[in-house]
Design a protein around this ligand. Structure first.
Ligand code: PLP
Length: 371
């Protein structure tokens, strides 16, 4: 059967009815790619899989939450949506609003937005409002605006966003046959780690996590693909925007990983719950470590994610080197967005193309040198 998006696939586990007008672009169903080369390069025997969310319709995991948020906004009769964004939320909101035929207003921070994301918001016809402030300022403003204007708020404080985002965990459990031992991801506004945890939690038997019947015979989950456990959750932040490491909000967050340049995470309590209940922890990574992790994935695995997305892998490298990961473990790393979102950062850290004459000799010499 043709795959037609995560609401159709998981409608029995999402707050929709038969008459809900589903707004979908075929999001979800992203590949879970096993890393073949990097474990040996890092000198580890752990098994690592990346869930490449950059292959969603607008190039980030935000589509999972946005299909639900826009579907429910349309169902409630909204004629317009609004969000604050570091870029990917606005790209997704703009695309799903275009699909639904409703208006879209996006507030983005001045300057620090990746070019690909800005192009998407503009191209899909949303009203792009660049504010002289950061994401946290934008978040405060859209909460005020949506409280007394006829615009539906689609940031992850909208509960339907997390409902859509939880489906990533269902897909991982289906692909692996169970939950992994660890789940590693970047954390900004902290909606995604909360959505992952919700998905994993709904997949285990709530009566007793280790009931041992959950692959078929469990009386509480008769038909669903059920996991026998939940993973240890590891949230990773950029050092300049790491409120979970500081234990308090950060005033002027700064990092090259613009998608997680957030000082006041909205899902503060849910993210702490995910990490604490799972026995996990938070890491912080420098911009340098983040860019190095991005380059490792691109050069050794052929997977090109944006800098923010590489923050999970950057933190995992540190955890492996510090001996914090159990030998032989199975780990899933969420790569939240596609590398093409931020071409400037990619080009700035790569070597320039070789400029040579358009002749066989010169090019042949160059090839010989690099063989
Ligand atoms: C939104 C986003 C994040 C952060 O997700 P939160 O839910 O805000 O924690 C990380 N990476 C990318 C690419 C994003 O777009």
């Amino acid at each position: 059967m043709r795959y037609s998006g995560l609401i159709e696939k998981y409608r029995d586990r999402l707050p929709v009815t038969a008459s809900t007008p589903v707004i979908s672009l075929g999001e979800g169903n992203t590949p879970l790619i096993e890393l073949r080369n990097l474990p040996a390069i890092l000198g580890t025997d752990v098994q690592m899989f990346v869930k490449f969310e950059g292959l969603n319709p607008t190039g980030s995991f935000k589509d999972r939450g946005m299909t639900m948020a826009v579907t429910k906004a349309v169902e409630a009769g909204s004629k317009a949506i609004i969000c604050a964004s570091t870029g990917n939320t606005s790209a997704a909101a703009a695309a799903y609003a275009a699909r639904a035929g409703i208006g879209c207003f996006v507030l983005i921070p001045e300057g620090k937005i990746a070019l690909g994301k800005l192009a998407q918001a503009m191209m899909h016809g949303s009203t792009v409002i660049q504010i002289q402030g950061n994401f946290d300022d934008g978040m405060r403003l859209v909460q005020e605006l949506s409280s007394d204007m006829p615009v539906a708020l689609v940031n992850s404080v909208n509960p339907y966003r997390l409902q859509g985002q939880k489906t990533i965990s269902f897909e991982i459990i289906e692909a692996l046959g169970d939950a992994p031992d660890y789940h590693v991801l970047p954390v900004g506004n902290a909606g995604n780690i909360s959505g992952h945890w919700m998905g994993y939690s709904e997949s285990v038997c709530q009566q007793t996590e280790a009931c041992g019947l959950c692959h078929g015979a469990c009386p509480y989950h008769p038909a669903k693909p059920i996991a026998t456990k939940r993973p240890i959750m590891i949230g990773n932040q950029a050092a300049g925007a790491a409120p979970f490491l500081r234990g308090e909000m950060v005033k002027n967050p700064e990092t090259i990983a613009t998608a997680i340049r957030i000082g006041h995470p909205m899902s503060w309590n849910l993210a702490w719950a995910a990490v604490r209940e799972s026995g996990g922890w938070f890491n912080e990574c420098t911009d340098q470590e983040i860019l190095a992790a991005q380059a490792l994935l691109a050069r050794h695995e052929g997977v090109f994610c944006e800098p923010s997305s590489a923050t999970g892998f950057a933190g995992l490298i540190k955890d492996i080197q510090a001996g914090r990961i159990k030998a032989g473990s199975r780990i899933v790393i969420t790569l939240t967005g596609h590398g093409l979102k931020d071409p400037d950062t990619a080009i700035a850290q790569s070597s320039k193309p070789h400029l040579v004459a358009a002749e066989r000799g010169a090019i042949g010499d160059l090839i010989s040198k690099h063989l």
